[in-house]
Design a protein around this ligand. Structure first.
Ligand code: SF4
Ligand code: SF4
Length: 511
């Protein structure tokens, strides 16, 4: 809990900016042209956190396709691979087959619930820190800042007439953006094929045309979305700002301007205080507005455009340090705390002297709604993990011949034909024993093999493959039952303990 600190006279000069939020009602027309945003670089804890998260997320995206994972000689050694040709998804030690797509569905449900959980705790933290649109836009702004300078220099350059200097800087910025955009699109295709091989094919123009088309589309979208559209993607194209409202409650942490201690704002705070005027902590410097990548003013309250990036918190904390006031005029605050502070300040007649700012505690995070989301998330995760560990790597299916349903052989025995599909889901060759379970006295044999066999036959299946075999089953005349008789084909791994079975019917003439 932060106690209020008395006003001090030892304050450093604060830079003020003449800027207006891009979404101010007074400036909005029905079809408003985009107002360019030139975010100033913020400095502080949240900016550092964003640099770290940007480095980690971009690192994961670009490095992952190059990670190797030894699965033996019969499976690819790329750690994460969507192998569309062979219809497999590899994720380190996990291999997902098309019929196991429910694992991917489960992961998507977990991602959704995780997003609900994060939003109900800390608002649009996903948008502010990890959404690709935010991360790439931040990267593009960093490039812009590196080449053209910070906000004032960029604005000056933007308004300057075209000349050699401006052209050179703009070419450098756009060339770097394009390089990043190509690298972004390029990295994506490596998730769908062996990365080193595809890179070789790609640069020698031997890759599949779809690879070039994909890189082209992703390059264009990255370049346009992060370079030009930026905050407009979040405000107009993304549905998440509209959906998130349903997930917030009065205990969700949101970036909030604490007007109970900031108002009335004054650019001449010291003079006003010396004259005995009632002023709040906000020195109306607009530092919070100029660092905002969305170009909005958090002092106007909670807004659809706010992506909760916290740059305004860093900017305002720097200002509060300079004027000798406690940090947190803009802070992560819940609606419940905000209302309590406002009521406290009102009751005391003067906000900054009385109201106490509460710090974030466990109670903000652990509450019924978040417990419910976390419980569901854990339950699905646990169920998927158990199912993954216990899933079969062997399957058998039996499809009976329909025409003819049965054949009466010369010795009076009845023969039925079946197509057996035996699936070896392991990356190594395996030998199985396929046997009859039930159907008294019956024997089986491969189609084309006249040995007329036995109760069981041996079948080899290649690694990661489905083998289809045609078999005949016959039952002697003295044991055959009239009509339909049920039995099972069983399959057993000759080198291991895994087994399976498939139910089948045996047709014989009605007596
Ligand atoms: S208002 Fe603050 S938290 Fe919201 S987008 Fe702007 S800088 Fe980020
Ligand atoms: S809230 Fe903070 S950063 Fe924003 S104008 Fe007021 S003092 Fe400046």
């Amino acid at each position: 809990m932060n106690a209020p600190v008395p006003q001090t006279t030892n304050s450093a000069p604060v830079e003020t900016f003449d800027v207006e939020a891009v979404n101010r009602r007074s400036r909005q027309k029905l079809y408003q042209a985009r107002v360019k945003v030139f975010p100033k670089r913020a400095q502080g804890f949240y900016r550092q956190l964003k640099w770290v998260i940007m480095a980690v997320t971009l690192g994961i995206y670009w490095i992952t396709p190059w990670l190797r994972w030894d699965r033996g000689p019969y499976a690819p050694d790329q750690a994460v691979l969507v192998d569309i040709g062979n219809r497999r998804f590899y994720f380190f030690f996990i291999e997902i087959w098309p019929q196991e797509f429910y694992y991917v569905a489960g992961l998507l449900i977990m991602a959704g619930l995780g997003l609900f959980l994060v939003t109900s705790v800390a608002g649009r933290a996903w948008c502010g820190y990890t959404c690709p649109q935010t991360v790439w836009t931040d990267l593009f702004i960093w490039v812009e800042r590196l080449i053209e300078g910070d906000r004032n220099a960029r604005m000056k350059l933007d308004n300057a007439p075209w000349g050699v200097g401006k052209i050179a800087k703009r070419v450098a910025v756009h060339a770097t953006w394009l390089l990043i955009a190509v690298a972004t699109g390029g990295a994506w295709i490596f998730y769908f094929a062996d990365a080193p091989t595809l890179l070789g094919d790609f640069v020698t123009l031997e890759a599949d045309p779809i690879a070039y088309i994909t890189v082209g589309v992703l390059t264009a979208t990255t370049y346009v979305f992060a370079g030009f559209m930026r905050e407009q993607v979040c405000t107009y194209m993304c549905p998440w700002p509209r959906i998130q409202g349903a997930m917030l409650d009065e205990d969700s942490l949101l970036v909030t301007y604490n007007d109970w201690r900031g108002e009335p704002r004054s650019r001449h705070q010291k003079k006003a205080a010396a004259e005995g005027l009632d002023v709040g902590d906000c020195v109306d410097c607009a530092a919070c507005v100029v660092v905002c990548p969305m170009g909005i003013d958090i002092r106007d309250g909670d807004q659809l455009e706010c992506i909760t990036c916290s740059m305004c918190i860093d900017a305002c904390n720097t200002v509060m340090d300079k004027v000798g006031r406690p940090q947190g005029l803009i802070s992560y605050t819940t609606l419940r705390d905000y209302n309590a502070h406002t009521a406290e300040a009102k009751a005391a007649g003067r906000s900054t002297a009385t109201a106490h700012q509460r710090s974030i505690g466990v109670s903000h995070i652990v509450r019924p709604r978040t417990l419910l989301y976390f419980g569901l998330w854990s339950l699905i995760g646990l169920a998927m993990l158990v199912s993954l560990l216990m899933r079969d790597r062997l399957d058998i299916n039996a499809i009976p011949d329909r025409n003819p349903l049965y054949v009466t052989l010369s010795d009076g025995s009845i023969r039925n034909g079946y197509t057996l599909k035996i699936l070896n889901m392991m990356a190594e060759p395996r030998s199985f024993e396929v046997a009859l379970d039930g159907l008294n006295g019956a024997t089986m044999w491969f189609a084309g093999d006249d040995s007329h066999g036995a109760r069981a036959i041996a079948v080899d299946v290649e690694p990661d493959r489905l083998r289809e075999i045609k078999v005949f089953v016959s039952q002697p005349a003295d044991t055959v039952s009239s009509g339909l008789t049920g039995f099972d084909f069983t399959v057993r791994d000759l080198a291991g303990s895994e087994s399976g079975s498939a139910a089948a019917d045996f047709y014989a003439p009605e007596n």
